[in-house]
Design a protein around this ligand. Structure first.
Ligand code: NAD
Length: 261
């Protein structure tokens, strides 16, 4: 994510205590959309757990949050590995004793046309973008169930809603994540736990920068609002779902500037 977009959030967002005393775990929050989500939740008063597969990035990001006066820790792990997830949850519980908000944000792309898609790339994307949510959410839901309060927010994609050529693995994983979101919503509503998804369109992060300028230009031409989204655009939608009094569950909101695929 570009530094300017983080700074623009800092400038425009007032600090509030909407999420005071709440603990938020954001996976893949070392950079990009996850970092912007962590920033907005911290500005709303939440205590933040920075998780990333990149240990140094997790640490540096948590330090950055602390230097801005936010209450934050780093709990790095690979969200595809159950033993590492257990340790992450243990670290959070030892420090804060609760988890109120879980944002399943960590994700990767391994794009290719369907006939050229290798099984390895298929599986890597399913593991990181879908199975990880199952593995991380299970232990967290046990904690939220005892608390009788929780917010699960999954970062899907418009690709998972509408499909996208070259992304059969990614679209399948994100569509699966939407089914996951709706089912968790139904199973956990009686425990005062909501489960919702945000489906970003085309957002300015390192993930999309990797596509190169030509491809980016072509996609931007198709966006009705005429620009790429910023990570903060996604973070604002997450904040909506994270609020304590929310009566919304099982929903998917597309944050895409009107882009349909
Ligand atoms: N950028 C977009 O246009 C866009 C569009 C739709 C959806 N999304 C989704 O938003 C989320 C964030 O994307 P981004 O653009 O910020 O990507 P990004 O690549 O900039 O950041 C993703 C972060 O996740 C971390 N990560 C990757 N695998 C991990 C693992 N196994 N365990 C823990 N951390 C891991 C990475 O180290 C990285 O810091 C992803 O789920 C992505 O699919 C992005």
């Amino acid at each position: 994510m570009s530094t300017s977009s983080v700074l623009s959030t800092e400038k425009t967002m007032e600090k509030s205590d909407l999420l005071k005393d709440m603990v938020a775990v954001v996976t893949g929050s070392g950079r990009g959309i996850g970092k912007a989500i962590a920033t907005v939740l911290a500005q709303a008063g939440a205590k933040i757990v920075i998780n990333d597969i990149n240990v140094d990035l997790s640490k540096a990001t948590a330090e950055e949050f602390k230097s801005q006066g936010f209450d934050a820790i780093d709990a790095p792990c690979n969200v595809t590995v159950s033993e590492q997830i257990e340790k992450m949850v243990e670290t959070v519980m030892n420090k804060y004793g609760r988890i109120d908000i879980l944002v399943n944000n960590a994700g990767i792309t391994r794009d290719d046309l369907f006939m050229r898609m290798s099984e390895e790339h298929w599986q890597a994307v399913i593991d990181t973008n879908l199975t990880s949510a199952f593995k991380v959410t299970q232990p967290v839901l046990k904690i939220m169930s005892k608390q009788r309060r929780g917010r699960i927010i999954n970062i899907a994609s418009t690709s998972g809603v509408h499909g996208n050529p070259g992304q059969v693995n990614y679209a399948a994983a994100k569509a699966g994540l939407i089914g996951f979101t709706k089912t968790v919503a139904l199973e956990y509503a009686t425990r005062n736990i909501t489960s919702n998804a945000v489906a970003p369109g085309f957002i300015d992060t390192d993930m999309t920068k990797a596509l190169g300028e030509d491809k980016i230009k072509k996609v931007v031409e198709r966006i009705p609002l005429g620009r790429m989204g910023l990570p903060e655009d996604i973070a604002q939608a997450v904040l909506f779902f994270a609020g304590p009094g929310s009566y919304v569950t099982g929903q998917v909101i597309e944050v895409s500037g009107g882009l349909y695929t």
